[in-house]
Design a binder for this molecule. Structure first.
Ligand SMILES: Cc1cc2nc3c(=O)[nH]c(=O)nc-3n(C[C@H](O)[C@H](O)[C@H](O)COP(=O)(O)O)c2cc1C
Length: 386
């Protein structure tokens, strides 16, 4: 296995212009210690929009899970590694910031590189989930273009709770008026752990989040945390048991469950039944990345190391899948007369994509890849709502 294109393995310094706030050319550890980069690095307290142009207090015309919001838009779990990133994102006008998924224990990051540019073969640049392309492989390299699609392969690293708890507490305190910090977590399955212990790990981690004062908590069921390429959300019954136990622990704090793309309506209905219909979950967020086989220009595995033949694709390539999930969730919500919030995620690159997600039924919309490459996306969407 090799990476042919020059520079993928190089950790280089580059200028602030056009530099994503999470710098894909540096390691996760360097991003954690030195980031954010680009325009986010320059966002100081004076960038914060705490007053309207006319000098009045900030308007909060939107509400999400009981929280007043300036805009129902933000950045999902992932590129905001710690409070330095969430502080900058709030200042740049991203009104909902999700602190990157944490765990009950310290957890190492996959080896560098963790991000590659991906180039689906289809003319429209979209990835068909489960399509033939995923068997042949999708070209991945270091040519980052627009519209941007990437893959990310981090393995959901986490600091020890002794580090992330006080940092998340600060992140929450630094949200401005009409802004919301959401804490995201997932369970950690380690060898020798039975189902009861796995459920308890979720409950214990949710309790640690509750201690930080998080007003909304998100549980990630859509990363391969069930072993190689297996997702927790593929097991609705276990998701239901975990959510019930977590909800018993966190009481009135709204709980969001983050889902992968689920193509089958019956499977999606089973998740709805086990979570929101059961009253233990107040919101569903969709989608996470879509798994694809990544190859370099010679058809070799693009990411180094065992178990990294496939990786999650996000950005422009997955927007149709994200919209499809949101429409189907919204349809099921109406048909079953249920009351829950939908967070639309996947390939939002501009205000038009945001509007499309809202029309599809999303109560809140988030962008990870799009925001990384466009630090002004939050302000652009705020302007589109005026
Ligand atoms: C750099 C990066 C890291 C991510 N890490 C996480 C994570 O820790 N937890 C999670 O639930 N999703 C994670 N995601 C997935 C995003 O939250 C989102 O679901 C996905 O990227 C699709 O949105 P996008 O097309 O706007 O990027 C990550 C995404 C990116 C780009």
């Amino acid at each position: 296995m090799s990476i042919q294109s020059g520079g993928v393995n190089q950790q280089s310094d580059e200028g602030a212009a056009d530099q994503p706030f999470y710098d894909v050319k540096r390691s996760y550890e360097r991003n954690y210690a030195e980031g954010p980069f680009g325009a986010f690095a320059q966002a100081d307290a004076s960038s914060r929009q705490t007053v309207t142009p006319s000098g009045g207090a900030v308007d909060t015309p939107f509400s999400f899970l009981g929280q007043p919001l300036r805009t129902p838009f933000g950045i999902p779990a992932g590129p905001l590694l710690n409070s330095a990133f969430t502080d900058a994102a709030f200042r740049m006008g991203f009104d909902i910031c999700v602190y990157k998924t944490v765990r009950s224990r310290a957890w190492a990051c996959n080896p560098f590189p963790n991000v590659l540019a991906v180039h689906p073969a289809a003319e429209d640049g979209f990835l068909e989930p489960g399509g033939t392309e995923s068997d042949e492989g999708v070209l991945a390299d270091d040519r980052y273009g627009r519209p941007i699609s990437i893959s990310n392969s981090f393995g959901v690293p986490s600091r020890d709770p002794d580090v992330w708890q006080p940092d998340m507490q600060q992140a929450i305190a630094h949200a401005g008026p009409g802004q919301l910090l959401i804490g995201s977590f997932q369970g950690s399955r380690v060898s020798g752990m039975d189902t009861a212990a796995y459920i308890r790990d979720h409950v214990d981690t949710a309790a640690l989040l509750q201690e930080t004062g998080a007003k909304v908590i998100e549980m990630n069921t859509s990363c391969p945390n069930e072993g190689k390429h297996r997702l927790l959300c593929d097991d609705p019954q276990l998701v239901g048991r975990i959510c019930e136990a977590v909800k018993n622990e966190i009481g009135d704090i709204p709980l969001i469950v983050k889902l992968a793309y689920i193509p089958d309506d019956r499977a999606l209905d089973r998740i709805i039944e086990a979570t929101v219909a059961h009253g233990v979950v107040q919101g569903l967020a969709a989608i996470n990345t879509i798994s694809a086989k990544l190859v370099d220009a010679r058809g070799n595995q693009a990411l180094p190391g065992e178990g990294r033949d496939r990786s999650g694709v996000c950005g422009n390539a997955i927007r149709p899948s994200g919209l499809d999930m949101v429409r189907r969730l919204d349809g099921m919500r109406s048909r079953r007369d249920l009351d829950f919030s939908i967070v639309g995620v996947g390939g939002v690159l501009d205000a038009q994509d945001f509007a499309e997600y809202r029309q599809a039924g999303a109560d809140a919309v988030m962008s990870a890849t799009g925001a990384m490459w466009d630090p002004d996306l939050g302000s652009k969407i705020a302007r589109s709502l005026r």
